[in-house]
Ligand binder design. Structure first.
Ligand code: AMP
Length: 286
């Protein structure tokens, strides 16, 4: 099947065949961009990065049930398949992989990938089994597509840490490429979940990026103590009581363990509820 001229693949066998053909017959490097659809400019930047460095690019669109908790938004997660296909093609995807749940989780499937330790930190602390679902689906996609490079956004920085650990532990061949967070002009990190926000909530959601800016300003003034930096971020939320902080943390990006003193490359990450919508954002300190 094709939509807007880009082939849509539905099975792992088709994706593997496509990838091997591109590599073996055309000599291409393979780029993989995993997404849950509802594509926006953040996803587009990943597809463009893949297009720029790989000979053949696959974009996957799959709302992965195992990374959602029982009371989370799996059922109402935005699904905009036709618009996604149009955007993926526009940005340079050669093929779209849109499997069914049954295709990736065959009936009776009981195999999961667990990245111990890391999976319980940051988002993993408040979303038990979230990173188990992420690690499992990304492993399945990497095994299916056999890419040379797989592209992920810094916006999900804890996810990046989990995936880097997992690919290193399993000695998977794909290089993990991390692309910068794409933001709306006023600073809000783009997210498929932003469409849940009412206009009032959309304004309140700016507290996250504002808090991160406070942290960056302090770092530029030579403040390095995690306690002071996290307090400054918390302070930004004090002005917006409608926004409920889930966590604010200064951590080592590889281990997600808290650090006491920020160093270049430390990750300042946060999650907060705006109404019932949980948003995340982060900066890598320079
Ligand atoms: P999702 O569809 O939300 O699972 O995201 C798919 C990929 O896009 C993940 O690697 C995300 O980190 C990445 N992504 C999501 N939002 C952004 C953004 N605002 N900027 C850059 N990458 C993003």
């Amino acid at each position: 099947m094709e939509i807007f001229g880009t082939p849509i693949l539905h099975t792992v066998a088709e994706l593997r065949h496509w990838s091997r053909q591109k590599r073996n017959e055309n000599g291409h490097t393979i780029g993989l961009v995993p997404t849950m659809g509802a594509l926006h400019a953040g996803h587009a930047s990943l597809i463009r990065a893949a297009r720029a460095s790989c000979g053949a690019v696959a974009v996957t669109i799959f709302v992965n049930p195992t990374q959602f908790g029982p009371n989370e938004d799996f059922a109402r997660y935005p699904r905009t398949f036709d618009a996604d296909c149009a955007m993926a093609q526009r940005e340079g995807a050669d093929v779209i992989f849109a499997p069914s749940v049954e295709e990736l989780y065959p009936s009776g499937a009981t195999t999961f990938v667990e990245v111990e330790g890391l999976s319980n930190r940051l988002d993993g602390a408040s979303r038990p089994s979230h990173f188990r679902g992420v690690a499992t689906i990304v492993t399945k996609l990497l095994i299916a597509a056999e890419p040379d490079r797989a592209f992920f956004g810094q916006k999900d920085a804890a996810q990046v840490a989990v995936i880097r650990r997992m690919t290193a532990d399993l000695r998977l061949a794909a290089e993990i490429v991390v692309c910068p967070t794409v933001r709306d002009p006023d600073g809000l990190a783009m997210s498929s979940r932003n469409i849940y926000l009412s206009p009032t909530e959309r304004a309140q959601a700016l507290t996250l990026s504002r808090a991160l800016r406070h942290v960056e300003v302090l770092v530029a003034q030579n403040e390095r103590r995690a306690e002071a930096l996290v307090a400054a971020a918390r302070n930004a939320f004090a002005a917006e009581p409608a926004v409920r902080v889930d966590y604010i943390a200064l951590v080592d990006w590889a281990t997600l363990e808290p650090v006491e003193i920020a160093v270049p490359g430390s990750l300042c990450a946060m999650a907060a509820y705006v109404g019932s919508t949980r948003l995340i954002d982060n900066v890598i300190l320079s």
